[in-house]
Design a protein around this ligand. Structure first.
Ligand code: AMP
Ligand code: MG
Length: 337
């Protein structure tokens, strides 16, 4: 039995978790950076991470109920993500690994989202829809990698919702995500206003949808609740269509929904009914493990470490555009997990 400390810092969240080699999550502490206005500025977010790193690490270790000397391996989110944010997490990870004299493991952030979902939901081989502020990916395991069946060609669906919310003048109170504010408004709307639905092959585009929704908003002719409703219906139908085709193609028995946008009840319900039409089971990752979190990095660190995938400090550079389908996941094939 060993413990892995995992550090997540790809974008606005700095988070640290501890996982055991047996798949127990011992702690998962998340500190979110909320910009006073506008979107995430990478350097501002990194400054937040630097400020909170010490206390988040200490809290994660103390909540896990272990001593730092019991940590056998340190994992960090190596990419993809925002440069200054990634570098901050990597620096913290290198310092701790060096200080404790333990190996370092670089984890692909997107792989970690899938692995924690498989662990927590107890699902072996799903088609995964990963939707967040920075990513929109439909993926499944095939031939040694998590293959990307469909993805966004421009902005992520979470980003589309966030930017629209800001343009509509919505305010984030108590750190409530913009996507959740859109969801609340949408539940009060009900008249569908046509918006561009863009699926090209298996890929999706959300920027035209955002522009069109923004233009309708600016025209002042429509109810904001109806616009939010229509934005959700359009974007989520696109996601469901692509996930459905990946499911039909791979003939897998499970659909897994993760990422920050997974919290959305309307998206969940569309995917649930689609999955049931295909005789597949639908799983949604609980919020604290669906958002960017350190526990997923710690758990994926465990899997990688079991396969000997450690990283010498001098080669532990961050990888801003490290694609999901370029990351080796040898533990899947070997049946370790
Ligand atoms: P992440 O990038 O995984 O940290 O997730 C953040 C994204 O999730 C942001 O774009 C949020 O607006 C979005 N989000 C959070 N809650 C909801 C919700 N209930 N509905 C839609 N999007 C949401
Ligand atoms: Mg985030």
């Amino acid at each position: 039995m060993f413990y892995c400390l995992g550090i997540e810092s790809t974008a606005d969240d700095f988070s640290v978790g501890v996982a055991s080699s047996e798949g127990e999550i011992l702690s998962n502490v998340i500190s979110a950076y909320v910009p006073s206005e506008g979107g995430i500025h990478p350097r501002e977010a990194a400054r937040h991470h630097v400020k909170v790193a010490g206390e988040v690490v200490a809290e994660a270790i103390s909540k896990a109920g272990i001593s730092s000397r019991e940590i056998s391996v340190v994992a960090f989110s190596q990419g993809p993500g925002l440069g200054p944010c990634l570098r901050t997490g990597a620096t913290v990870a290198r310092a701790i690994a060096h200080y404790l004299g333990v190996p370092l493991v670089g984890v692909n952030h997107c792989v970690a989202h899938i692995e924690i979902g498989r662990l927590i939901c107890g699902v072996k081989d799903p088609v995964t829809l990963y939707v967040s502020g920075g990513n929109t990916i439909v993926t499944a395991y095939e031939g040694g990698r998590y293959r990307v069946f469909g993805e966004t060609l421009d902005i992520a669906v979470g980003n589309c919702l966030d930017v629209f919310a800001r343009r509509a003048g919505l305010r984030q109170e108590h750190g409530k995500p913009f996507g959740a504010l859109i969801e609340e408004l949408a539940s009060r709307g009900g008249e569908y206003i046509p918006l561009p639905y863009t699926v090209k092959g298996m890929d999706m585009s959300f920027s035209g949808l955002l522009t069109a929704a923004t233009n309708l908003l600016k025209s002042g002719k429509y109810d904001l609740a109806d616009l939010c409703y229509s934005l959700q219906e359009t974007a989520f139908s696109m996601l469901t269509e692509v996930t459905e085709r990946a499911l039909a193609h791979t003939e897998k028995g499970d659909v897994l929904l993760t990422g920050g946008v997974a919290a959305n009840k309307r998206l969940q319900s569309m995917l649930r009914s689609m999955a049931s039409e295909h005789g597949a089971e639908f799983h949604v990752v609980p919020k604290q493990y669906a958002l960017d979190n350190g526990a997923m990095i710690a758990w994926t660190g465990v899997l990688a470490y079991k396969c000997g995938l450690t990283l010498p400090i001098e080669r532990s550079y961050v990888r801003l555009r490290w694609r999901l389908d370029e990351a080796p996941v040898p533990w899947v094939e070997t049946g370790i997990f």
